[in-house]
Design a protein around this ligand. Structure first.
Ligand code: AMP
Ligand code: ZN
Length: 486
């Protein structure tokens, strides 16, 4: 069976295949680099990574473009506030984002492109829209898209804009969700803020135009798939469709994939609710990148994932189980031959993993198939019923699994160390520590007690240090270990 994927545009699960040759041409909206990436962002980026890895495993070639939004209202405001150029302000976050991608084993798209390096092309695009009557210039030198000229407006988000006010405009990047207004393609300069000279005058691009211009430049007027988090459906993607299809008269992206927003501890993630985590926050708090990646893949992309600390610990155990199993298979000495039950367990896991992924990337089903195999194989091994010839098929299943899930390689410690060094350099260690939960402190203390009991003093010292770095002071008394926050 080929891959079936939900298409927001048609509202249906459809067979997905590239339209020309064997190459999938896809565009994914990338990060706005004004801050460090949070786990909500990475929920979406991991989902897109899973798609690309599965497409490659299925024999496709990829031409995957991702933009870096290094210009928008917030960036321009923050750069002006910090007396930096836009480039100085954004580069630090862009580099951090690329490092974070590495921590989570996200494959690099074939092309990563910056908005600020495509400004002349954006100006040309806008001029061409104006020529066709789809864009107009206002007195201050800004340009807007005339949505009344594009009757299909709303076809992606399925919103009915029948009663919309013609000529009403919006020029901020933060939108009212249900209101259709002519949107800004180009904004004239504001006092004290960065702007670019261009063929349509000085100013800066609106947010939507960058994705239309960069996707079409590298993928052509029409391409196979466009992806992003569900919040981008409207207005961002709706506006991309309007701009692009108005200009070319051709279908822009055939397929649209949107990733459901994640919740943290059952709530919408927000800084004010105290449940906002960057990837770095979690690494500095001692969570493994492989656990984070595994948790982010554990729920299929269209279902709501509730990211919890308990879930993260469970994910760590799941990854550990797989790694232990792989090590066991590699090391075990077994009698020659094969056991048909083991052979069938591996074949079934292979089949079901594929069937799960083909079913709208059902990662939960696919990984469950692998865990079933691990359980069966472990039981057979415990009973002395496994044979030498059973190892290879089960290890192959794990390899196929890992081509997509990418959690088997045990390189967590190095990545966490790098995150800790970064936090120390930025004076963030104490800060991150404030968020270490009591539960985690108690768990680390228990681990330290166990290490002491086993006379593993190097380990117990390391745990004391980890706690100290987190601002936790220990006091060993005859009644046990007491602790307080610095
Ligand atoms: P931004 O850096 O805000 O432009 O967002 C980058 C990507 O992360 C976009 O595709 C967003 O839709 C996605 N995103 C932001 N918050 C969340 C969330 N809580 N859950 C899932 N995806 C998100
Ligand atoms: Zn975009």
């Amino acid at each position: 069976m080929p891959l079936h994927l939900y298409n927001t545009l048609s509202g249906k699960v459809e067979e997905f295949a590239p339209s020309q040759d064997n190459t999938v041409r896809m565009y994914a909206c990338g990060p706005t680099v004004y801050d460090y990436g949070h786990i909500g962002n990475f929920r979406t980026f991991v989902a897109v990574d899973i798609l690309r890895r599965f497409l490659r495993q299925s024999g496709h070639k990829l031409q995957h473009v991702m933009n870096i939004t290094d210009v928008d209202d917030k960036i321009i405001r923050n750069a002006a506030r910090d007396k930096k150029t836009v480039q100085e302000y954004t580069r630090k976050y862009e580099e951090a984002f690329l490092e974070d991608m590495g921590s989570l084993n996200l494959e690099r798209p074939e092309r990563l492109v910056r908005a600020t390096e495509h400004i002349p092309a954006m100006a040309e695009f806008i001029a061409a829209l104006e020529k066709k009557g789809f864009a107009y210039r206002t007195e201050d030198g800004s340009y807007y898209f005339r949505i009344a000229m594009f009757p299909e407006y709303g076809k992606l988000s399925k919103k009915d804009f029948g009663g919309m006010e013609t000529g009403a405009r919006v020029d901020v990047d933060e939108y009212e969700k249900d209101n259709a207004r002519d949107f800004a393609l180009w904004k004239s300069p504001k006092e004290g803020e960065a702007f670019w000279e261009s063929s349509i005058g000085p100013g800066r691009p609106g947010w939507h135009i960058e994705c239309s211009v960069m996707s079409m430049k590298y993928l052509g007027d029409s391409f196979d798939l466009h992806a992003g988090g569900e919040d981008l459906t409207f207005p961002h993607h709706e506006n991309e469709i309007a701009q692009s299809e108005a200009l070319t008269g051709k279908i822009f992206s055939r397929h649209w994939m949107h990733v459901r927003f994640l919740l943290v501890e059952g709530e919408k993630m927000s800084k004010s609710a105290g449940n906002f985590f960057t990837l770095r926050d979690l690494l500095v708090k001692g969570h493994k990148p492989s656990s984070i990646r595994f948790l982010l893949t554990s729920v299929p992309y269209r279902k709501q994932l509730n990211f919890t600390m308990a879930g993260l610990e469970q994910a760590a155990k799941s990854v550990e189980r797989l790694r232990t199993f792989a090590a066991r298979m590699r090391m075990m000495r077994l009698p020659a031959g094969t056991n048909p039950a083991a052979q069938e367990a591996a074949a079934k896991a292979r089949r079901e993993m594929r069937a799960g992924m083909e079913d709208d990337l059902n990662t939960a089903y696919a990984s469950a198939a692998v865990f079933d195999m691990v359980r069966e194989m472990n039981t057979l091994a415990d009973h002395g019923e496994l044979r030498e010839g059973d190892k290879a098929p089960s290890l192959e299943v794990l390899e196929l699994f890992d081509e997509i899930f990418a959690v088997m390689k045990d390189d967590d410690a190095d990545k966490m160390k790098a995150a800790m060094e970064w936090a120390r350099e930025h004076g963030l260690v104490g800060e991150a520590a404030k968020t270490i939960s009591d539960e985690e402190v108690n768990r680390l203390i228990e681990e330290r007690n166990a290490a002491k009991k086993a006379r593993d003093f190097a380990r117990s010292d390391a745990l004391r240090k980890q706690l100290a770095d987190g601002g936790i002071v220990l006091e060993d008394t005859k009644d046990g270990t007491r602790w307080k926050r610095k």
